[in-house]
Design a protein around this ligand. Structure first.
Ligand SMILES: *[C@@H]1O[C@H](CO)[C@@H](O)[C@H](O)[C@H]1NC(C)=O
Length: 352
């Protein structure tokens, strides 16, 4: 079988287009440190060791990949927009760097360039995350997206980030803040407490693990003497020094190993966190994770805000605001997300 030169040329062109598949994001406005907030001097942009600067007021960790990039960019913009010291926030991005990337996969360098183009003065670093590190530990869950290896990057922050970074705020890519991230980062972590997050003690904790787990005396004893409540791992304050000392990554990996042999839960990266930390976390006001805005996992219904104040909106669940906006079928709260959408022309946002 012979192909005509034209077809070969078209195939090459298609492959080249797939390899540079990232859309053009516009440049975000520059936000400056507030005089009233008594911020330290702005972080330098170029210095490689700036992550260890005592002038970094807040460290934020997020993942970075082509499929959720639009969400990450919006989340970063929302953090800066509402921070009292935006020039003193340092971002740690963990990017997928598979050992054998598919021809169409977007490289770490391209992701870094995209962030830099939209945020010319942002202090950040991109860490390649070797997905093969967790690929063998992942068992399939009810929703394919939950099994992306990058979802597990949050379990490896303690070894990924430099050891000078002690406290970090981890954020999912489908969030938008409407409040100062410094208030969230300042959550007290008493004693050896390592994780802070909003707790949901009225959620049915039993449902997160299989009947087999609860039927096993040795397994269910895990939660004995703990007031274990559900918490969402999309918004967490972590003390990485304590994490390193206690070796929590190895504990999480042990549960993932067990899950591969005996099915003890149905969801992805969340249950190992519950197994290790539920009942041992510091509480955070619910305003910091108004979750579930992605809607129903099965039918994609819209969800509204929970009762109470709002400092962070979280489109957890199946639906993502950017997909619904593109499809012309947004949920009412997706309008809030679209104010931070860097694919949307600025003039359009200012007039809306
Ligand atoms: C909690 O979930 C378990 C397992 O799905 C179920 O058997 C139980 O009835 C639920 N309890 C309540 C109070 O809804």
């Amino acid at each position: 079988m012979s192909r005509s030169p034209l077809i070969v040329l078209l195939l090459f062109a298609a492959a080249a287009a797939a390899a540079t598949a990232l859309p053009e994001y516009r440049e975000a406005p520059h936000f400056t440190n507030s005089e009233a907030a008594q911020c330290p001097p702005p972080l330098p942009v170029t210095d490689a060791d700036v992550a260890c600067s005592p002038h970094a007021v807040v460290h934020v960790a997020m993942t970075l990949d082509a499929s959720y990039l639009r969400g990450t960019m919006a989340a970063v913009l929302s953090v800066l927009r509402h921070a009292s010291c935006p020039e003193s926030v340092y971002f740690h991005f963990v990017a997928a760097a598979g050992s054998s990337p598919a021809p169409s996969s977007v490289g770490v360098q391209e992701l870094r360039d995209t962030v830099r183009a939209s945020f010319p003065s942002l202090a950040f670093r991109v860490y390649p995350f070797d997905e093969s590190r967790v690929a063998g530990l992942i068992s399939t869950s009810i929703r394919g997206a939950l099994d992306r290896p990058l979802n597990y990057a949050r379990s490896y922050l303690a070894s990924t980030l430099p050891s000078c970074v002690r406290r970090v705020v981890y954020l999912d890519s489908d969030v938008v803040l409407s409040d100062d991230i410094a208030s969230l980062a300042a959550t007290p972590l008493p004693g050896e407490t390592t994780v802070a997050a909003p707790e949901y003690c009225r959620a049915n904790f039993t449902a997160y693990f299989t009947p087999g787990f609860w039927a096993s005396p040795s397994l269910s004893a895990t939660f004995k003497g703990r007031r274990a409540c559900y918490f969402n791992t999309g918004v967490m304050v972590l003390d990485l020094a304590r994490w390193r000392r206690a070796g929590y990554t190895a504990q999480i990996e042990e549960w993932m190993e067990l899950q591969k042999r005996v099915r003890i839960y149905e969801l992805g990266s969340l249950p190992p966190f519950l197994l290790v930390f539920a009942g041992r976390i510091a509480p955070v006001d619910h305003r910091w994770n108004q979750h579930g805005l992605g809607g129903d996992n099965y039918r994609g219904l819209c969800r509204g805000l929970h009762v109470g104040a709002v400092s962070l909106l979280h489109w957890s669940g199946k639906g993502k605001p950017w997909d619904r906006l593109d499809a012309g079928r947004p949920c009412p709260l997706d309008a809030v997300w679209s104010k931070y959408d860097l694919l949307r022309p600025a003039a359009e946002i200012e007039s809306s």
